[in-house]
Design a protein around this ligand. Structure first.
Ligand SMILES: [Zn+2]
Ligand SMILES: [Zn+2]
Length: 223
């Protein structure tokens, strides 16, 4: 059972610490050089037993501090099989970019030169439906592609989903509108997420979770 969820800014993305009696799961590891900040969040909970770092997708602001954090805590890193190679090469596949995302398309190669994300090998390479039984917490991966080929959510306790960058709660809740390797998959993944009927959805940007009702009302938004 999840006893607590702590969401916090870790560079550009919002990371989530899931507390359970048997250990902690971190959903997304923030931008590069955020490992100390994340460790402070563990300390604030009075715990050191980080077991799993679940990466929702291979973008630098979601896996950037994962390898450093693994060295500090011994946690294992998990990512979907279709994003594992991008992360291993330290890449960030932006796909086809829309609207304000075009700024990042120019900015990202420059940022890469300054703070290059560490190429990161995964310990667990999962497919849709993978259950993380070794962590003694009911948690299952759900493939939600579109933003990247391997974008995935984590379902815990059959009622809470961490959905990565399929959705954002920065400003009004909305679906991904800037970056996708496959835009048509965004609406399919939204349908898939709705069909799970979660009580709460946590996103990769924006600290406020989305309620189940808000999710059901959400339509695909194009900027
Ligand atoms: Zn992101
Ligand atoms: Zn992303």
């Amino acid at each position: 059972m999840v006893t607590n969820i702590r969401s916090f800014q870790a560079g550009q993305c919002v990371a989530h610490l899931i507390e359970a009696p048997s250990g902690l799961i971190l959903v997304d590891a923030g931008s590069p050089r955020n490992e100390k900040k994340i460790l402070c969040q563990l300390k604030a909970l009075g715990r050191e037993d980080l077991k799993l770092i679940f990466i929702t997708h291979a973008h630098f602001d979601h896996y950037g501090s994962a390898a450093a954090l693994r060295r500090l805590t011994g946690a294992t890193i998990a990512i979907h099989e279709q994003d594992v190679d991008f992360m291993a090469r330290g890449e960030t596949p932006l796909g086809s970019v829309r609207g304000r995302g075009r700024i990042a398309q120019v900015f990202l190669p420059l940022a890469d030169l300054l703070v290059r994300p560490e190429p990161t090998q995964a310990d667990i390479v999962f497919a849709d439906g993978h259950r993380f039984i070794q962590f003694d917490l009911e948690s299952t991966a759900v493939h939600l592609p579109g933003h990247t080929p391997g974008s995935s959510g984590l379902i815990v306790d059959n009622r809470i989903v961490f959905a990565g960058d399929l959705l954002s709660t920065t400003g009004e809740p909305h679906t991904q509108r800037y970056y996708a390797t496959n835009w048509s998959q965004i609406s399919e993944s939204l349908d898939r997420l709705k069909a799970l009927k979660p009580e709460w959805v946590y996103t990769g940007h924006g600290r406020q979770p989305l309620s189940g009702e808000e999710l059901q009302r959400l339509e695909v938004s194009w900027d």
